[in-house]
Design a protein around this ligand. Structure first.
Ligand code: ADP
Ligand code: MG
Ligand code: ZN
Length: 485
C-alpha cells in the first residue's frame, strides 16, 4: 500500500499559547512567579470576586506588541478585550478575558526551513488573554476522593499566536514551533519554558486528496507539551484519519487529547459538545488605542532576531548554513559563539568545537550554554594550543572533557598530564621503528600489495604515542619508511 503522505495531503494549522514574562499578572498586581505554594499568588481580582475591576498591565501589552512585531504582524491601533464564557472549576469568574473581534495583531509570518528549502508560514492573528488556573486531582496527593484547584496561574498574561493552515507535514510543524519559540526567546517576551507550560501548542490537522482545493474536516489536538509529542501526535492523527478516509468513512470534527504513554490521540469532545463561548465585549475594560509612536518605540527595542543573526553569521563568519542555524537557535549560544570569535580568529574551527564537543558535554547533562563550565576564554585558549601545535586535535578532545569536569584551564591540564604533542622527528621515528618491528606479518602483507594496511600502521603509531604524536608527521614519515623498506 502507498504510504499516507503520498495518498493524502496533510494540512496543519497551529495555535500557540505563550506566557509573557511580566513580573505581575495581566489585570492585577499578583506575582507570576512559578512554583509558589498553591493559591499564594492570588487576590480578589484574579479570584473573580464580585465588584472588583481589572486594570490592564502595560508591560504585558508592550511584550505582546513586541511579539507581534518580531513575527512581522501589523499591530492594530484599536484593540478590544472580550469575555469568553465557559464553566470550568479553574476559571473563577466563569469567563476568560480574551480578545475576539479586534485582536492585537494580524497578518504576520514566520520563515521556516524544511527539507532544505525555505518556506513562509503566515500568521492569522495574535491576541492577548489571561491564563486559567489549574485543577489538581486528589489521587496524586493521596486523596482520591478530592479535587483541588490552584489559582496561581489565573490571570497570567498570554499571547495566542494562530497560524494559517499552511504546514504540510509534522516536520514543518516542528520547524515552525522551534522558529517561533526562538523568536519569542530572542525578543525576551517569554522564557518559553515548555515544562512549566509557558509555551504550549494545539495542532489542527486534516487531510485532503492531492489536487482537491477544499480542506478536509480537521481535528484539534490538545495537550502537546513538547516538540516530540507534537510531531508524534500529528503523525498518529494523520494515520488515523487516512484509515478512516480509505474506508470511505468521514473524519469527525472534534477536540482530541494526546496520550504520550500510549502514543495515541483520543476524543475529548465533539463539535456538538463544543462550547458556545458567547463572546461579548468586556464591559470592565475600555478599548485600548495604541498610538503609532509607541509601536515604533517598541520596534526600535527589538534585538537582532534569529533570522537576521543567521544571515549575518553566514556573511561575516563564512559559516555553512547548517552551522549558522545550530549556533543561532538560541540567543545565549549565539552570544557564546560570538564571544569566542572575538578571542580567536577562526570561526569555523570555533563552530566545530562548540557544535561538536562542547554541546555534546552540555547535552549529556541537560545543561544550557549559560551554565557551561568552559567559558569562551577557556575554549579559545585551548583552540590556540591546537593552533600552535602544542596539542593535537585528538588529545584536545580529552583536554576539553577534563576542562569540562574540573574547570581547569587547558594549559594546566596539558602540563599536569604531559600531553604536549610529540613533534620531534627522531622521537616519532623511534616509535615507528618499534611498531614496524612488532608487526612483521602486517609489514609483509603491506609489501605484498595490501596497501590498506597503511591506516593500521598510522593507528598503531598514534596508539604507541598515547595519541600525542603529530598526525601529519606520522603520516609523512610512515610513508617514507614504508616506501623505502
Ligand atoms: P478555533 O477557534 O475553532 O480553533 P480558528 O479559526 O481559530 O478556529 O482556527 C484554528 C486553527 O485551525 C488555525 O490555526 C487554522 O489555521 C487551523 N485550521 C483551520 N481549518 C483547518 C483545516 N481544515 N485543517 C487544518 N487546520 C485548520
Ligand atoms: Mg482552536
Ligand atoms: Zn491577583
Amino acid at each position: 500500500m502507498m504510504d499516507t503522505q503520498s495518498r493524502y495531503e496533510v494540512v496543519i494549522g497551529l495555535e500557540v499559547h505563550c506566557q509573557l514574562n511580566t513580573r505581575t499578572k495581566i489585570f492585577c498586581s499578583c506575582s507570576t512567579e512559578f512554583g509558589k505554594e498553591p493559591n499564594e499568588n492570588t487576590c480578589p481580582i484574579c479570584l473573580g470576586m464580585p465588584g472588583v475591576l481589572p486594570v490592564l498591565n502595560k508591560v504585558a501589552l508592550e511584550y505582546a506588541i513586541k511579539a507581534s512585531l518580531a513575527t512581522h504582524c501589523e499591530v492594530q491601533a484599536l484593540n478590544r478585550f472580550a469575555r469568553k464564557n465557559y464553566f470550568y472549576p479553574d476559571l473563577p469568574k466563569g469567563y476568560q478575558i480574551s480578545q475576539f473581534e479586534l485582536p492585537l495583531a494580524r497578518h504576520g509570518y514566520i520563515k521556516i526551513r524544511a527539507n532544505g528549502e525555505q518556506k513562509t508560514i503566515n500568521l492569522t492573528r495574535i491576541h492577548m488573554e489571561e491564563d486559567a488556573g489549574k485543577s489538581i486531582h486528589g489521587e496524586n496527593l493521596g486523596h482520591p476522593d478530592k479535587s483541588y484547584v490552584d489559582f496561581n496561574r489565573t490571570g497570567v498574561p498570554l499571547v495566542e499566536i494562530v497560524s494559517e493552515p499552511e504546514m504540510r507535514s509534522s516536520e514543518e510543524a516542528r520547524q515552525y514551533l522551534m522558529e517561533l519559540k526562538s523568536i519569542l526567546e530572542y525578543s525576551e517576551v517569554s522564557d518559553c519554558n515548555m515544562e512549566e507550560g509557558s509555551f504550549r501548542c494545539d495542532a489542527n490537522v486534516s487531510l485532503r486528496p492531492f489536487g482537491q482545493k477544499e480542506f478536509g474536516t480537521r481535528t484539534e489536538l490538545k495537550n502537546l507539551n513538547s516538540f516530540k509529542f507534537v510531531q508524534k501526535a500529528i503523525d498518529y492523527e494523520v494515520e488515523r484519519q487516512a484509515q478512516l478516509l480509505d474506508q470511505g468513512d468521514s473524519v469527525t470534527q472534534e477536540t482530541r487529547l494526546y496520550d504520550s504513554n500510549k502514543n495515541i490521540t483520543y476524543s475529548m469532545r465533539s463539535k456538538e459538545e463544543a462550547h458556545d463561548y458567547r463572546y461579548f465585549p468586556e464591559p470592565d475594560l475600555v478599548p485600548v488605542v495604541i498610538d503609532s509612536e509607541w509601536i515604533e518605540k517598541v520596534r526600535q527595542s527589538l534585538p537582532e532576531l534569529p533570522e537576521q543573526k543567521r544571515e549575518r553569521f553566514l556573511k561575516d563568519f563564512g559559516l555553512p548554513e547548517f552551522d549558522a542555524e545550530v549556533l543561532t537557535a538560541s540567543r545565549p549560544l549565539a552570544n557564546y559563539f560570538e564571544q569566542c570569535t572575538g578571542l580567536f580568529d577562526k570561526p569555523k574551527i570555533i563552530s566545530n568545537w562548540v557544535m561538536g564537543e562542547l554541546l555534546k558535554e552540555l547535552n549529556n547533562e541537560n545543561r544550557s550554554i549559560e551554565d557551561s563550565p568552559i567559558s569562551p576564554e577557556m575554549l579559545t585558549d585551548m583552540l590556540k594550543l591546537i593552533d600552535k601545535g602544542t596539542i593535537n586535535g585528538k588529545i584536545a578532545k580529552s583536554v576539553l572533557e577534563e576542562m569540562y569536569q574540573t574547570g581547569k584551564p587547558a594549559e594546566a591540564i596539558v602540563k599536569e598530564k604531559g600531553l604536549t604533542q610529540i613533534t620531534d622527528d627522531s622521537a616519532i621515528e623511534k616509535i615507528i621503528d618499534e611498531v614496524l618491528a612488532n608487526n612483521p606479518n602486517q609489514l609483509n602483507d603491506f609489501k605484498n600489495g595490501k596497501e590498506k594496511l597503511f591506516g593500521f600502521f598510522v593507528g598503531q603509531v598514534m596508539k604507541a604515542s598515547k595519541g600525542q604524536a603529530n598526525p601529519a608527521q606520522v603520516n609523512q614519515m610512515l610513508k617514507e619508511k614504508l616506501n623505502a623498506s
